[in-house]
Design a protein around this ligand. Structure first.
Ligand SMILES: Nc1ncnc2c1ncn2[C@@H]1O[C@H](COP(=O)(O)OP(=O)(O)OP(=O)(O)O)[C@@H](O)[C@H]1O
Length: 487
């Protein structure tokens, strides 16, 4: 059964980060996401592997494809999670996902009788400026992505190294990594009798999109950043199309990344008997999205939760000083929709159960979130909606599992009317101020007129003695051009 799992991993702060701002509480606001699993800074590599990769290896051996994608800003820990400190030389505790996947794969294959005939092939490619480069043969710098009935999506002409054991695999991976891997694919196939069963594991280290914003990059670096952004945005569009009812127009072909990941993301119409089922599902096995992060401060609220797998990440936060937050949010929005494709929740471990907080089901939660925010946006400004979000979170309205949909709706209305009444009060206060100012203006005008009359009378008395009668107004207009202004 298809499944998309979304995890976040917080790495420990480095010594320098601790010195600069690690001890300070710089939080202005919390960021709250929900994930299938949160790995905190004390999580071991084995915890991450056991949760997200073990099922993928088991699926691959049964001929089901699996994909692990890491996404995050520079220095967040993508490579550490994937490869550990070094693909070849690192202690057991720090060994990354790639090595563990390889070890487990060979152990399982070698111990499985039904897998007496198997073969494992490994390819490594990098998508660079929308060209697929072969990291095991750098002369192949523009490989084509093709599709066949038997193989599904494949990279035509990519070097496939036959691997007999895990140390061969790691040597080969290390060679490819030295050629600067962005994406890595590890493919395993097996044959038995006349049946051919192939499972593919794709391991992807997505480049971060923040580079262009933070560095003001130019030239080639800018081109690089733009293509990275484009492929991330196409990834979002693909997931969007799969989840929002236009599966006939899924733009897999708009980027090399999505084309390669098509098997992992593909939507497939499910037929049940003679009647077509309503849903679209992922055809492949598990796709895992791992977001490595630093455990730092935050500025904005976000929340989402998923059916039977909702986690409240209380007080978990990170710095947006270098986080391309809007990119993450857009991606996140797509990812939360991805969850809607999933039809059968997987059972989770007791450890996971102990930290999770199931809320509403994914449809309910997403509908509810959209409804609340759309309602508020109709009547309030964006900043006000942000404030209300803050209020909701502080009051625990959104996330308290005891709140019903009706409670939340009514809380939303209360908050909106509270906002309206504050605004009405402000208008009343403004009206009073305007009235006071009008009165003051009137009073000043009166004083001015009196003063003008007095001045006119005095002038008339003086002129009358010499010239006879001259109207006061005429005197005042004669004197004004010379700067005379009566008190
Ligand atoms: N979970 C962790 N535990 C201990 N150290 C970690 C952890 N995650 C990352 N680190 C350390 O943090 C630093 C940055 O990690 P890493 O190189 O994996 O980041 P990255 O996301 O791959 O960055 P880039 O995109 O620049 O390659 C490294 O020194 C790494 O050893």
């Amino acid at each position: 059964m298809s499944n998309v799992t979304v995890c976040v991993r917080f790495r420990p702060l480095s010594h320098k980060e601790r010195k600069t701002n690690g001890d300070k509480d710089e939080r202005e606001e919390d960021v709250i996401f929900s994930f299938d699993r949160v790995f905190y800074e004390d999580a071991e590599q084995s915890d991450v592997y056991n949760f997200l990769a073990v099922p993928i290896v088991a699926d691959a051996i049964s001929g089901i494809n699996g994909t692990i994608i890491t996404y995050g800003q520079t220095g967040a820990g993508k490579t550490y999670s994937m490869e550990g400190p070094s693909i070849l030389h690192c202690n057991k505790q720090k060994t990354g996902l790639v090595q563990r996947v390889v070890d487990e794969l060979f152990q399982s294959l070698q111990s499985s009788e039904s897998m007496a005939m198997w073969s494992v092939k490994l390819s490594m490619v990098e998508i660079y400026l929308e060209k697929v480069r072969d990291l095991l043969d750098l002369s192949k710098d523009n490989l084509q992505i093709k599709e066949s009935k038997t193989q599904g999506i494949y990279i035509s002409g990519a070097t496939e190294v036959s691997i007999q054991n895990s140390s061969d695999a790691l040597e080969c991976l290390s060679e490819g990594i030295a050629n600067r891997a962005v994406g890595e694919t590890l493919q395993q196939g097996s044959t038995s009798d006349e049946r051919v069963r192939g499972g593919k594991i794709i391991l992807v280290d997505l480049a971060g999109s923040e580079k262009v914003e933070k560095t003001g990059a130019e030239g080639r670096v800018l081109d690089e950043a733009k293509t990275i952004n484009k492929s991330l945005s196409v990834l979002g569009n693909v997931v969007n199309a799969l989840t929002t009812g236009k599966p006939n127009h899924v733009p897999y072909r708009d980027s090399k990344l999505t084309r390669i990941l098509q098997d992992a993301l593909v939507g497939e119409k499910i037929f049940s008997g003679v009647s077509e089922s309503s849903g679209w599902q992922l055809k492949s096995g598990t796709t895992v999205l791992l977001f490595p992060q630093c455990f730092k401060c935050t500025r904005k609220f976000v929340y989402c939760s998923f059916r039977n797998k909702a986690y409240l990440l209380n007080n978990a936060c990170w710095s947006i000083t270098f986080l391309p937050l809007h990119i993450v949010l857009i991606l996140w929005q797509h990812l939360s929709r991805t969850k809607l494709i999933k039809t059968t929740p997987k059972s989770t471990s007791p450890e996971v159960d102990s930290i999770k907080k199931p809320i509403l089901d994914s449809h309910g939660q997403n509908d509810l979130r959209d409804r609340i925010l759309n309602k508020l946006r109709l009547s309030l400004k964006e900043e006000d909606v942000d404030l209300l979000e803050e209020l909701f979170v502080q009051e625990g309205i959104i996330f308290d599992p005891n709140y019903s949909v009706a409670d939340i709706d009514s809380a939303c209305q209360d908050a909106a009317s509270q906002e309206v009444s504050l605004l009405t009060q402000a208008v009343e206060e403004l009206k009073e101020t305007v009235e006071e100012l009008t009165d003051e203006n009137e009073r000043l005008r009166g004083e001015l007129e009196l003063a003008q009359e007095a001045a006119a009378a005095a002038a008339a008395r003086a002129d009358g003695a010499l010239l006879g009668f001259v109207p006061a107004v005429a005197i005042s207009s004669l004197l004004r051009p010379f700067g005379f202004v009566p008190d």
